[in-house]
Structures are given as structure tokens and as C-alpha cells.
Design a protein around this ligand. Structure first.
Ligand code: GLN
Length: 450
């Protein structure tokens, strides 16, 4: 059924870059046979799933939405992919994304934009717009994404799906093409809170191959999603995440959800996180700095594309010509900003200051979590905007992640849950933020709101 839906809708939505129909059917049949033979299988065995195209898959190309890696098939699976396969999930294919996960609209993909199933003239969010559009459009019941500044939560909000950024280190990054290593975190995309929790449980847990992976037990996430009880929870409304620049409908749905939590017995408190105001600026120094270092590996020697190798050019020229051809505008913009921010003479002024702001943001969270069990805000300031609307205005594009970025800087758990639609019928998300390793609290709130 999902393969048929992909065939019918993918030409319009462009959510999938690669579909593995034969592989998916073979896996599904194998799972059926094992179940028929009486084998005890996990709750997600046989369930189809879409995978963002920055997770290495040994049987499918992994492009990161870039010409640089067009046609590249990795020689190994990411840890998450191995876990999905072991749990019996059926990989349908790879989904579109902003180039190397840089963007908030999936428009920087070298393979064309993805469209939002709710309104095909609008963006599905980004960078993981392919995964979220696939789930929202019923092309897949589940997907995996990666969230560096909001790329699971922001697409979740604008497509009416559930998107979770686990605690940094909670889900392995091994085999996820690195963008900004101190911020990147894989997580689940789903249509229901319980689905997301079940997938999160498959993905989570220590991986010795990721040096930042946390070696601690994973909290019971599906149980939290099923609890449907928020009595006594202390919910903090972050004062700085709202007001000017926020859509009226976004604020209205947010306040209604907060009111519902209050009626259900949660204690609602207003909290101030004064440094959140500077989080976006700090992110757009730290992020490009890490990008400029991580993307140095695309040198025309190791992976993918190679141009200018005609016998007259030296190695340096081949690298330079290839990077000039292979990377798109947004990637180049970040490489230049990052290289500048790290250059001697400017390092302290830019990168050093940004790291200090990062610490202050983390301290704001620490102080707020002394008073509250979770914090809430809108996930995004606005509903899905029109395709093309922000492509020539990087700052407007960056603002889509205003509310989501603080959790990446601090590394705490964070999620977006659907809380209704605007007057024109466009989805709106509520963001819930929990302390590191308390991912279960996200599901407790989300499960109740659903
Ligand atoms: N939109 C943000 C950026 O462009 C976040 C991207 C992400 O989370 N991968 O950097």
C-alpha cells in the first residue's frame, strides 16, 4: 500500500529520492514468514519506514541532497540502520533533504524541493522535509530524521507530524554524514506520539562506535506516551519564545494547548531564559564553523564527485574545481562564514564568543529545569511558508529555527507535537523541551495532548 502511495504521490511531492520497492517487499515477506513460523518479533517488525538521505545505507545511494555525493553507495550501514533492520522494519527508501542538512525548507536540495502534502505550493520544512512529507502524506508510517538546529521538529510542526530530537548522545550518530557534530542528533518522525516512542526505543541506546553516545539506560518512552496523565507536572512557558514575529494562529493554538495542560492538572509557570535571544546568532557561528571542518572531507579524492581531472590540473585544483561544482549556494555560504569565523585573529571574536553564549543558553535551561519538569513554546514562529518565499533571504530562512535551536546548543531533549491548524488549514506544532536524559517527559506531555 505504501509503495502504491509513493508511486501515486511522489512525482508531485518529491519526498523520496530513492525507493527500494523490491528490497522492501522482500524484507516484508521475510518478516511475514518469520512471524508465520511462530517467531516472537518486536512491535515494529514489518512496519515500513523512510530514511533521510544522510544516513549511510549499504544497499541504497546516500546523497545528502547534494551533487557531491550523487550516486554514492556507502560500504556500510549507520548504526541506526542496523537497528532498524534488526527490529524488522522495512526500509522503503531514502528521503529528500536540504543539501547536507543546511536549510529549513528542503529547497536547497540539489534534486529539487519537496512539497508539503497539506498545500503543495508550500514548503514541508527542512532540512528533513522529505521524511516529514512522506509521513504526512501517508507515503510511509514512520521515518528517521536528523536534527541539528530543528530539522526534525520544524518539518514536524509544518506538516502536522510528531518529530523528536532526543537528548544529544541518546541516539547513535555513527554512519550519519556529519554536518555539525556537536549539534547533530538523529530522531524519530511519526504520525502519532506512541509510534514515535516505539521507534525512538528501537533507535536509542549506547553505541561504542559513537564517542559521544551516552552509556545509560533509555527511559521507558512508550509507557510514558501511554500514560495520558500530566497531573502535577510543572510546565514552564518560555517568555522569550513568543510575541513579535509570531503568527496569530501559532500563538493561539499554543495558548490553547497550555490551557489544556492546565485543565488536566499540570502546573503552568512562566519562566525567563534571557540568553535564548542570542541562540540563533551563536548557532550561525558554531554551526558553520563545524561545517567548514566536517565538509573538508569532500575533496574529490575520497568520496563522490570528481571534476577537472583532465591531466593538466594538480590535486589542489581538482579539489577546488570539484567543490565549486559540487556544492550549492547555501553550503558555500556556510563554508565561507565558518572558515572566516575560525580564522586566526577572528577566532576569539566570533567562535569563542559564540561558545560562551552556548554555555549561557545551557545555564538558562539548567535554571529553568530547577523550577519546571518541561518547558514549552511554539515549535516555529509561522506556519509553512510558500515555496521560494525565503530563498533569497537567508536571515528570514534562519528564523524558522528560532525556537528549536536552544535545545541543540544545550543538548537537551525536545519534540514537536501537532496542536491544530491555522484558519487556512495549515498545521501548527507545540514544542516540548525536557532535561537531558528525560526524553520520557516529552512523550508524557505529547501522549496526553494527542
Ligand atoms: N535549519 C537549520 C540549518 O539550516 C537546521 C538544520 C538542521 O537541523 N539540520 O542549519
Amino acid at each position: 500500500a505504501h509503495l502504491e502511495q509513493i508511486e501515486a504521490l511522489n512525482p508531485t511531492l518529491n519526498a523520496f529520492l530513492a525507493v527500494d520497492a523490491d528490497g522492501a517487499l522482500a524484507t516484508a515477506r521475510a518478516i511475514d514468514a518469520r512471524r508465520a513460523a511462530g517467531e516472537e518479533l518486536g512491535p515494529l517488525a514489518g512496519v515500513p519506514i523512510a530514511v533521510k538521505d544522510n544516513f549511510c545505507t549499504r544497499d541504497l545511494p546516500t546523497t545528502c541532497g547534494s551533487r557531491m555525493l550523487e550516486g554514492w553507495v556507502p560500504p556500510y550501514d549507520a548504526t541506526i540502520i542496523t537497528r532498524l533492520r534488526d527490529a524488522g522494519l522495512v526500509i522503503l527508501g531514502k528521503t529528500n533533504m536540504d543539501e547536507f542538512a543546511m536549510g529549513s525548507s528542503t529547497e536547497t536540495s540539489a534534486f529539487g524541493p519537496t512539497r508539503n502534502p497539506w498545500d503543495i505550493d508550500r514548503i514541508p520544512g527542512g532540512s528533513g522535509g522529505g521524511s516529514s512529507a512522506a509521513v504526512a502524506g501517508f507515503l510511509a508510517p514512520l521515518a528517521v530524521g536528523s536534527d541539528t538546529g530543528g530539522s526534525i521538529r520544524q518539518p514536524g510542526a509544518v506538516t502536522g507530524t510528531v518529530g523528536v530530537k532526543p537528548t544529544y548522545g541518546g541516539v547513535s550518530r555513527f554512519g550519519v554524514v556529519a554536518m555539525a557534530s556537536s549539534l547533530d542528533q538523529p530522531g524519530p518522525v511519526a504520525r502519532t506520539v506512541l509510534d514515535a516512542a516505539l521507534l525512538h526505543e528501537v533507535m536509542a541506546g549506547h553505541d561504542p562506535r559513537d564517542s559521544t553516545s551516552i552509556d545509560r539506560p533509555v527511559p521507558a518512552l512508550a509507557d510514558a506516551a501511554r500514560l495520558r496523565d500530566v497531573r502535577g507536572m510543572r510546565v514552564g512557558v518560555v517568555k522569550e519564545l513568543g510575541g513579535e514575529g509570531y503568527d496569530v494562529a501559532v500563538e493561539a493554538r499554543f495558548l490553547e494547548a497550555v490551557e489544556l495542560l492546565k485543565e488536566a492538572g499540570a502546573e503552568v509557570i512562566e519562566v525567563s531564559c534571557p540568553h535564548f535571544t542570542y541562540a540563533l546568532s551563536a548557532y550561525y557561528l558554531i554551526h558553520p564553523a563545524e561545517v567548514s571542518s566536517n565538509l573538508a572531507r569532500f575533496d574529490a579524492m575520497r568520496y563522490g564527485m570528481r571534476c577537472g581531472d583532465d591531466g593538466t590540473n594538480g590535486a589542489e585544483a581538482v579539489t577546488s574545481i570539484t567543490r565549486g561544482e559540487g556544492f550549492g549556494r547555501e553550503v558555500k555560504r556556510r563554508l565561507i562564514i565558518g572558515t572566516h569565523a575560525l580564522s586566526s585573529g577572528y577566532h576569539d571574536q566570533y567562535y569563542g564568543s559564540a561558545q560562551k553564549v552556548r554555555t549561557l543558553v545551557a545555564r538558562d535551561f539548567d535554571a529553568a529545569f530547577e523550577l519546571c519538569d518541561v518547558l514549552v513554546s511554539p515549535t516555529t514562529p509561522t506556519v509553512a511558508f510558500k515555496l521560494g518565499e525565503r530563498m533569497n533571504d537567508p536571515l528570514a530562512m534562519y528564523k524558522a529555527d528560532l525556537c528549536t535551536i536552544p535545545s541543540n546548543l544545550a543538548g537537551n531533549a525536545s519534540a514537536s507535537f501537532p496542536v491544530g491548524v491555522s484558519d487556512e488549514g495549515l498545521p501548527i506544532g507545540l514544542q516540548v523541551m525536557a532535561p537531558p536524559l528525560a526524553d520520557d517527559r516529552l512523550y508524557r506531555i505529547g501522549g496526553w495532548l494527542e
